[in-house]
Design a protein around this ligand. Structure first.
Ligand code: RUB
Length: 309
């Protein structure tokens, strides 16, 4: 796939989920570098920058995307020749993808420790990190049951229930607004993240904040499974995480909307759950309370995925 096709697939959500988006972007960047036919180092750098910007612009919220792309682009900070730069880009891209894939396994292992035999879990959207924990607990022989939400308007819940069903996990598929109704039957809410701010607030699929609020009221624990590259370094400087608002046509068919001139359809794709509603964040480096988000940004992103100009 050429870079513009990957960018388009991310925009259209054919490639979706913060971790998958990051890996796809990094692979596209590596392919772009491999095929880039220029001999002038400055031209190489310029072309690479353009490619990086195209990828980063595809979806604004998942911070895994700029974190991953910028991690690879660090290869161009100093280099002696186009060939050396190309090699460095490929090495960094491969390193990121390998780390990202391993991280899911480590998170699953740590997350499964927080799931007990007999637990009823609730998950929202389709997060490979959150599902990894659930699948690992099941693999360890723990008897679990899951509530999975529908996830309007793009119905990512369908992907989740297929995965859970294929694993043989007893699953209840519910509409998003049924969470409050069932929350007292749930022992643990487990979701993924698109971004985590320095104050421990978690940005995830729209509806997560409402679920966490209902869970908080019901004294049900909320766990977030997220790789360290989902933490947003720039929030240290007070930068806010942009919430993507998608095409209204995802919510209401344009013909229907056209008949309702006084109605404006709003379609935010993500929301922010405050740290106080989150009990634990599970990263590949270990489980932390949300209040320690700063430590992750400082200790891990500091050297792995620095923020660049
Ligand atoms: C996906 C979503 C997921 C996170 C984490 O939103 O909100 O919960 O991205 O996923 P969308 P993962 O479908 O709009 O991309 O753990 O797979 O990175």
């Amino acid at each position: 796939m050429v870079l513009s096709e990957t960018a388009e697939s991310i925009k259209k959500m054919e490639i979706r989920g913060a971790g998958r988006i990051a890996r796809a972007a990094v692979r596209a960047l590596a392919d772009f570098a491999r095929d880039l036919d220029v001999s002038d180092p400055e031209a190489f750098k310029r072309e690479m920058r353009g490619a990086a910007e195209t990828l980063i612009a595809t979806r604004p919220t998942a911070v895994s995307l700029p974190n991953a792309v910028r991690y690879v682009m660090r290869a161009l900070d100093s280099f002696e020749s186009v060939e050396a730069a190309r090699e460095a880009v490929l090495a960094r891209a491969a390193e990121f993808v390998k780390h990202s894939e391993h991280a899911i396994g480590w998170i699953a292992e740590i997350g499964a420790r927080h799931i007990s035999d007999g637990d009823v879990l609730l998950t929202h959207c389709n997060s490979e990190a959150a599902l990894g924990c659930i699948l690992e607990a099941h693999r360890q022989g723990k008897e679990i049951e899951v509530y999975a939400t529908e996830v309007r308007p793009r119905n990512q819940g369908l992907i989740t229930i297929r995965t859970l069903n294929d694993a043989g996990i007893r699953t209840n598929y519910i509409i998003d607004s049924a969470v409050r109704y069932f929350i007292n039957d749930v022992d643990l809410v487990i979701v993924g993240a698109d971004a985590i701010a320095v104050n421990g607030a978690v940005v995830n699929k729209i509806g997560t904040a409402q679920i966490a609020h209902a869970a908080h009221e019901a004294r049900t624990n909320v766990v977030v499974a997220a790789e360290t590259y989902k933490f947003a370094p720039r929030t240290i400087f007070g930068e806010l995480i942009e919430i993507e608002e998608r095409d209204p046509a995802e919510v209401l068919p344009p013909e229907e909307a056209a008949r309702l001139p006084f109605v404006r359809v709003r379609n935010p794709a993500f929301d922010v759950t405050p740290a106080e509603y989150i009990d634990l964040i599970i990263t590949e480096q270990g489980a932390i309370p949300p209040e320690l988000a700063y430590t992750v940004i400082k200790d891990y992103l500091g050297w792995r995925i620095e923020e660049f100009r």
